[in-house]
Design a protein around this ligand. Structure first.
Ligand code: BGC
Length: 459
């Protein structure tokens, strides 16, 4: 029975759809690679340019500032020009940024290159899940979109491995510059791939949409989806930002915003950006053992995300979110207790609890956030609403990264992890109370039911 189910599911999409998923998800790979590569390159760059601690902090965070900007206008571009053109533009920006940073003749050029990479990271964080959600059949949409998260984790792991490999030499330009290869491949391949059917219908290009659907989906359910989309698409094409603040939109907007916020303020990036540092505080004997333990974190992150890809369309988004955040809170409490009581076994507890924490993040907030925000918004303003959620995601990412080391100084590691655990508890309450289950429903059915709920809560 299960086997038959799996067969039915894989038969719903064509090889073209699978190739489109691969090409689009290179954006996720570049997202993960770019955010993680700097942690290894930093040591050499700091030596070469004689950077102060504040200078190092700025070099790391400039990418996040670029990402805040990129995520803010991603939705507008994706709604106006289309998802495909936005991906093409993003690939070009990735190439430019990585090349400039790698070949930088001075510090300013390097900073500019990293800022440009950040723009592309912000853009891709929005447009890749959007593209994937709109080409996926409803029953496997969770798996399709979570390939984006899988690609992020593979990108992070690739960067961690290169950081380890290069930790003896000083080839930081290679570490940063290698990102040009997947970006160039993505650009060329995308030239041959189509726009999403949803965007085409939204722009009154129904015939083209039919052609794309018939090439990417083997089931005939898409014929019904087209009818539903045509009914939902607005007669008036001019969409205003203010529409997003109308009472009937507020509820659905708030869900995406809070899920994005909780993804960051429960502290994941303190581990992704600073894992070697945390391991050193926990008493790891050498820098290279701390970097190696970090590679272990990267591996666990990929494995747990693979499990999430498999589970999303089986047990659903809501359950995974709740299980994931509960696990994160428990891991954080254990870690915090070990730091506060200055346990003898702190190094062992640190590595076990951080691995558990990252795994629970991967199956919950990691995989589900991007899936949810790409499927809960109405088609006519999907891009823009996602941008708001994305903006909140990147700004909170930036603030957590900026404050982490200072907070450790003031509150000690135990205190800081306790704060992230408290945010986790708030997240459990919010998800339990408000997040709907979207598993297996078409985007159009989700749209209709979310708007109904929004209306009810606005009354
Ligand atoms: C988050 C990133 C995080 C990554 C870790 C993504 O979903 O948006 O902030 O670094 O997961 O795997």
């Amino acid at each position: 029975m299960i086997k038959k189910n799996i067969l039915n599911r894989s038969e719903q999409s064509s090889w073209l759809a699978i190739f489109m998923t691969f090409v689009a998800s290179l954006g996720g790979f570049l997202f993960g690679y770019n955010i993680a590569v700097i942690s290894g390159a930093l040591i050499f760059i700091a030596q070469e340019y004689g950077l102060s601690a504040a200078g190092e902090g700025f070099l790391v965070s400039i990418l996040l500032i670029g990402a805040i900007a990129g995520a803010s206008f991603a939705g507008f571009l994706a709604d106006r020009w289309g998802r495909r053109s936005t991906i093409l533009l993003t690939a070009l920006i990735f190439i430019l940024g990585a090349w400039l940073a790698a070949a930088a003749p001075n510090l300013n050029a390097l900073l500019l290159g990293r800022f440009i990479c950040g723009l592309a990271v912000g853009l891709t964080s929005m447009v890749t899940p959007l593209y994937l959600a709109e080409i996926a059949p409803p029953h496997t949409r969770g798996a399709f979109v979570s390939i984006h998260q899988l690609a992020i984790t593979v990108g992070i792991l690739a960067a961690y491995i290169l950081n380890y490999v290069f930790s003896e030499s000083a080839l930081w330009r290679w570490m940063i510059g290698l990102a040009v290869i997947p970006s160039a491949f993505q650009f060329v391949a995308m030239l041959f791939l189509p726009e999403t059917p949803s965007w085409l219908i939204e722009h009154r290009k129904t015939e083209q949409a039919v052609r794309v659907f018939s090439r990417i989906r083997k089931d005939r359910e898409w014929e019904r989806d087209i009818e539903e989309m045509k009914n939902l698409a607005p007669l008036d094409r001019k969409i205003k930002w203010s529409t997003l603040l109308k009472p009937e939109m507020r509820f659905v907007l708030a869900i995406g915003v809070f899920v994005s916020l909780f993804q960051q303020i429960t502290g994941i990036n303190t581990v992704i950006y600073y894992a070697p540092k945390i391991f050193q505080i926990a008493g790891f004997p050498s820098v290279s053992s701390a970097i190696l333990a970090t590679v272990g974190i990267g591996v666990i992150n990929v494995i747990a995300t693979l499990i999430a890809v498999w589970l999303l369309d089986r047990i659903g988004r809501r359950k995974l979110l709740l299980i994931g955040v509960c696990g994160m809170v428990i891991s954080l409490l254990v870690l915090s207790a070990a730091f506060i009581t200055q346990s003898q076994a702190i190094d062992l507890i640190a590595i076990i609890s951080l691995m558990a924490y990252v795994s629970f993040f991967a199956i919950g907030l990691g995989a589900v956030t991007w899936v949810l925000i790409s499927e809960i918004y109405p088609l006519r303003m999907r891009g823009r609403a996602m941008s708001i959620a994305g903006f909140v995601n990147w700004i909170s990412n930036y603030l957590v990264a900026l404050t982490f080391l200072d907070l450790i100084e003031y509150l000690g590691s135990g205190g800081v992890f306790l704060i992230y655990a408290a945010f986790g508890i708030a997240a459990i309450w919010f998800f339990y109370r408000y997040v709907p289950e979207t598993k297996g429903k078409s985007l159009e059915t989700i749209e209709a039911s979310m708007l109904k709920k929004s209306k009810r809560s606005g009354e």
